[in-house]
Design a protein around this ligand. Structure first.
Ligand code: PBG
Length: 326
């Protein structure tokens, strides 16, 4: 008998040899229940050129969209408001009287009560400055003054039926302020999905085009995080968990898998991740060129985010992914 080299006894390929075996050892499960579809609400329905396949929806088309999502088993939808330039001002006043947005919340809950409605709390869609917070005459983004408006916004969203409030503004202390307002006003079961580690990313461009919400001056680096940092995300996570966030979000997702992984290891709260507009548009561009297989590339991009540790994924591919599996 020839001596057997021990190394040759270990053959990982045995566990890859056919579909049944591969399925049995698959570690990461992705289902529609992990996915959130972001939707843009507007007075008129219009295609978004930088995000092929995504549209701004008026209420009639929102209802149609919800009917087509209804039976896919998604976790929910995240609603974003597109506001006409003439309705924006320095105080972002429309944030507290965006009737169309409130109607959109009702429309989803009336049409598909099982879909979770996640509302966006930040001032940028309403601000003539295009910033997430109020801006001082010298151009400073005002933290504490902004918190008061955010809390009122959150209360209005809760009153109109939001299941989860998602503050995307990155002001300090906003989770606590919103949690406190909800608790004191009988909305103790309304949850908070906090944009905990939201980076000052260059991948939000198509979204800002979708909402016409790009900052008029400067950038968002005094409130969104430096993409060179990772320990800072842990600090934000500790704060948001302490302040009462139910989910901690990392945004963007695909380029920030290390952050998702580290935050999930802390075991403070389940992690949400946002595969943002720029990630969507990059993939769609290559798919349209025929350089990537649509369903396979999308699936891999989402599995990777789950594997890193995200429980929930906000993705413009949610509907498409769920339909490809059903
Ligand atoms: C702003 C907000 C942004 C996104 C969600 N909420 C853009 C920004 O911070 O400028 C980006 C989402 C995406 O790119 O898909 N509150």
């Amino acid at each position: 008998m020839q001596p057997i080299d021990a190394m040759k006894l270990i053959r990982p390929r045995r566990l890859r040899k056919n579909h049944a075996v591969r399925q049995s050892v698959q570690e990461t499960l992705l289902t529609a229940a992990h996915l959130v579809q972001p939707l843009f609400i507007s007075s008129t329905t219009e295609n978004i050129s930088s995000m092929p396949g995504q549209t701004r929806l008026n209420l009639t088309d929102l209802k149609k969209k919800i009917l087509s999502l209804k039976d896919l088993g998604l976790f929910g939808v995240a609603l974003f408001s597109h506001i006409h330039e003439k309705h924006k001002d320095a105080k972002a006043s429309m944030a507290l009287k965006d009737e169309l947005y409130f109607e959109a919340i009702h429309c989803v809950k009336d049409t598909a009560p099982e879909l979770q409605v996640i509302t966006d709390v930040a001032l940028d869609p309403y601000s003539s400055e295009g910033h997430d917070g109020l801006v001082s005459p010298t151009g400073e983004i005002l933290n504490d003054e902004t918190l008061e408006v955010l809390a009122q916004m959150a209360l209005l969203h809760a009153k109109h039926g939001a299941d989860f409030i998602a503050p995307s503004d990155m002001m300090d202390g906003r989770v606590f302020t919103i949690r406190q307002a909800l608790e004191m006003n009988a909305y103790k079961n309304t949850g908070i999905i906090s944009y905990t580690a939201k980076y000052a990313s260059n991948f939000y461009g198509p979204f800002r085009e979708a909402l016409d919400s790009a900052p008029k001056k400067g950038d968002k680096k005094s409130y969104q995080m430096d993409f060179a940092n990772s320990n800072e995300a842990l600090r934000e996570a500790l704060l948001d968990a302490d302040e009462g966030a139910d989910y901690l979000m990392v945004k963007p997702a695909g380029l920030y898998l290390d952050i998702i992984y580290r935050l999930n290891q802390m075991n403070l709260a389940p992690i949400a991740a946002y595969q943002v507009s720029g990630e969507y548009s990059c993939l769609m561009a290559a798919i349209h060129q025929g350089w990537l297989d649509q369903d396979k590339a999308i699936n891999e991009s989402l599995i990777a985010i789950r594997r890193a540790g995200a429980s929930l994924i906000f993705t413009y591919f949610a509907e498409q992914w769920a339909k490809s599996k059903s």
